[in-house]
Design a protein around this ligand. Structure first.
Ligand code: HEC
Ligand code: HEC
Length: 189
């Protein structure tokens, strides 16, 4: 290539970059709708943002986001930690109260995301479910996944182990793109 050609090529490339940059920028301008869409689609529940909760309630299993259950469910669970699904998960009173406060503050009743609203709407006012995995909505989402991929899969073990299959569970993202069932990969229904 002679010098003139190199220069012309550079100019052309620069122009293209500017044009593409312009398009991307124009796209960002109507971000109101797009950001909302992107947020609503990808982040199903706000991720856990409380280190005490993460440490105490994430030691035996995934630290479930508070937005999966209504406040009345969390209150009932936190009032009965001595018999927590057959385990003793008792905490000192100050820690228990602080964690209860966090859960109630971020419970499904307080969230505007689609997932929390759907769960709440599916419950009767006096229902206080204790298992996220057994909410009607969750059972519907998972009932086609056979036991060999879950209960009989030593790398999963239970439908309560959200993070075993949802690789972005800790970030609050549960869509199909993040699903990777250990030993099976993507789930095709
Ligand atoms: C000593 C271990 C232990 C600790 C600590 C613990 N849990 Fe659990 N938790 C369990 C077990 C065991 C289950 C039942 C899991 C299963 O059936 O696979 C469970 C289940 C749950 C479930 C229902 C999961 C589902 O199926 O949807 C929730 C919600 C839950 N725990 C919340 C908490 C909270 C909140 C804390 C902190 C106060 C906590 N856990 C601390 C052992 C523990
Ligand atoms: C055995 C693997 C596995 C486990 C364990 C599991 N899931 Fe799923 N989950 C899936 C698969 C597969 C789908 C279906 C994805 C699809 O629609 O193709 C799904 C779907 C979902 C959806 C619907 C996503 C959407 O965009 O419609 C939510 C929400 C969800 N799971 C939450 C959870 C939560 C919360 C837990 C734990 C309490 C959990 N899952 C445990 C595999 C799993």
């Amino acid at each position: 290539m002679n010098r003139k050609l190199v220069f012309a090529t550079l100019l052309l490339a620069g122009g293209l970059t500017l044009t593409l940059g312009g398009i991307a920028h124009a796209d960002d301008d109507d971000y109101g709708e797009r950001e909302w869409g992107r947020y609503g689609r990808s982040v199903d529940v706000p991720p856990v943002a409380n280190s005490r909760y993460a440490a105490e309630c994430g030691s035996c299993h995934f630290a479930y986001q508070p937005g999966w259950l209504p406040a009345r469910s969390w209150r009932q669970m936190m009032g009965n930690l001595g018999n927590h699904f057959g385990e003793n998960a008792e905490l000192d009173a100050a820690t228990r109260d602080a964690i209860t406060g966090y859960l109630v503050e971020q419970a499904a009743d307080t969230q505007s995301n689609r997932m929390s609203r759907r769960i709440l709407a599916s419950l009767k006012a006096d229902e206080a479910p204790q298992r996220i995995s057994e909410l009607r909505f969750m059972r519907r989402e998972h009932d086609e996944i056979p036991a060999r991929m879950v209960e009989k899969n030593p790398k999963v073990g239970s439908r309560s182990s959200c993070q075993a299959c949802h690789t972005q569970a800790a970030a609050g993202i549960f869509n199909e793109h993040g699903v990777n069932i250990p030993g099976f990969g993507r789930f095709e229904d």
